[in-house]
Structures are given as structure tokens and as C-alpha cells.
Design a protein. Structure first.
Length: 208
């Protein structure tokens, strides 16, 4: 069978691929690079699940194939769960202007957390993954939604060059290294995305 990864974030693709491959499934994994006309989805929903479903559904309808979408982000306790669903666009125009959106986003979080002591620097990464599966004779794809969480703490200075987004300022609970200092394999083994994907894989083997 074939599935399409419904993401325009090129850093998510290898993480999604690696975990799906690790399950030993014989699926052909396509990306949106093969579907340049796929509709651009505006993330209008207030929840990760809502946005993941929007993205998966749009690509399933466009391609006629099962589509997997990830909506994810960093939720900071001291910021009442923000940036949350806004994680990719937290720095707004500032990030667009500097060209390095990931760096602008994490700098803004560090600024907002500047005077916050260690014991109040708790945060978590959340990933919600939706799969939409086209159904014969119906305009509505079938949907499955799974999630994963990684608890941790925010540093005051970025460390490490792996991963993407907020990885350089996030230290998982029980670790000394940031997720940007972990190898891809180490990150996938514990990450919100890895957890969600392994849950999804189980589900997919029942429905695909
Ligand atoms: P798609 O919607 O096309 O998949 P996107 O990057 O816009 O790409 P999201 O709306 O889900 O995706 O935003 C996710 C953001 O959350 C991402 O850009 C990072 O800033 C942050 N994030 C999510 N997972 C992360 C991870 O594993 N490590 C670091 N930051 C992460």
C-alpha cells in the first residue's frame, strides 16, 4: 500500500519516515514533493487534533490515497501552554524578516522566559498525528487520530544542531542533553512524534 506524508516541513519527513520504516511495514511513503498542486491548508483550528485532521483530509481528498499529517508544538507551563498550535509562527513577521523562523521562534520563547527560574521552566512537546483514508463511495475519508507527548525543561541558551524548531532549548525529563544534541534515532525513540507514530502504526496495521 501507499501513503502520503501531508507536511511541508522537510524536517518532519525523515522523522516520520524513520519511525514508519522501523515498524517493518511494506508501505510506499510519498511526500508532497510529488504533489506540487496539493492545496495549501490554513491552520484555522484551535487544537493540534483539529489542524492535523484538516491537513490529512485535504491531502487524502487531493491524492485519493491515505494521508498522514502531524500537527505539533511546544507547550510551556509558564506561558499557559503557549506557543502550542502557534509554535511554527510564534515570532510572526520577525521570523519572516530574519529568514530563520526556527531561530526567531526559540529566541522569542527564551525572551519570554528570561527571568523564570529553573523550577518553573517546565514544558512539553506535543504531536497529534491524523491519518485520513479515502473510502469507496464516500466523499468523507475515514479518520484516525493519535497523540504523543514528551515532558521536559527549557534551557536559557540554545545547545545542539540536530533536529529542528525548539529542539536546541528543550531537555527531556531524565536527560542532560537537548533534543538537538540527541541523534535522530535517540530522539525518535522518546519523542512526542515517535510515540504518536508508533501508536499510529499499530492502528494502521488494523485498517490498511
Ligand atoms: P506542516 O504543517 O506542513 O506539517 P509546520 O512546521 O507548519 O509544518 P506545525 O504547524 O505542526 O508544522 O508546527 C510545528 C512546530 O512546532 C514546528 O515548526 C516547531 O517550531 C515545533 N515543533 C514540533 N515538533 C518539534 C520537534 O520535534 N522539535 C522541535 N520543535 C518542534
Amino acid at each position: 500500500s501507499t501513503i502520503v506524508l501531508a507536511t511541508r516541513n522537510t524536517k518532519k519527513v525523515p522523522e516520520l519516515r524513520a519511525v514508519l520504516a522501523e515498524q517493518g511495514r511494506t508501505v510506499e511513503i510519498r511526500t508532497l514533493a510529488e504533489y506540487p498542486d496539493a492545496p495549501e491548508v490554513v491552520e484555522t483550528e484551535p487544537t493540534f487534533a483539529g489542524n492535523a485532521r484538516l491537513k490529512a483530509r485535504a491531502v487524502a481528498v487531493h491524492t485519493g490515497l491515505p494521508a498522514v499529517a502531524d500537527d505539533s508544538g511546544l507547550c510551556v507551563d509558564e506561558l499557559n501552554g503557549m506557543p502550542g498550535v502557534l509554535s511554527a509562527r510564534w515570532s510572526g513577521q520577525l521570523g519572516a524578516a530574519t529568514g530563520d523562523i526556527d531561530d526567531a521562534n526559540l529566541r522569542l520563547v527564551l525572551d519570554q522566559m528570561a527571568d523564570v527560574p529553573g523550577e518553573r521552566r517546565g514544558a512539553r512537546f506535543v504531536a497529534v498525528i491524523a491519518v485520513a483514508i479515502p473510502q469507496e463511495g464516500s466523499a468523507d475519508p475515514a479518520e484516525h487520530v493519535v497523540d504523543g507527548t514528551l515532558e521536559g525543561q527549557l534551557l536559557t541558551e540554545p545547545r545542539g544542531a540536530n533536529g529542528f524548531g525548539y529542539d536546541p532549548i528543550f531537555v527531556p525529563a531524565g536527560e542532560n542533553r537537548t533534543t538537538a544534541e540527541l541523534s535522530a534515532t535517540e530522539k525518535n525513540a522518546i519523542s512526542h512524534r515517535g510515540i504518536a507514530l508508533r501508536r499510529l502504526s499499530k492502528r494502521l496495521s488494523e485498517v490498511l
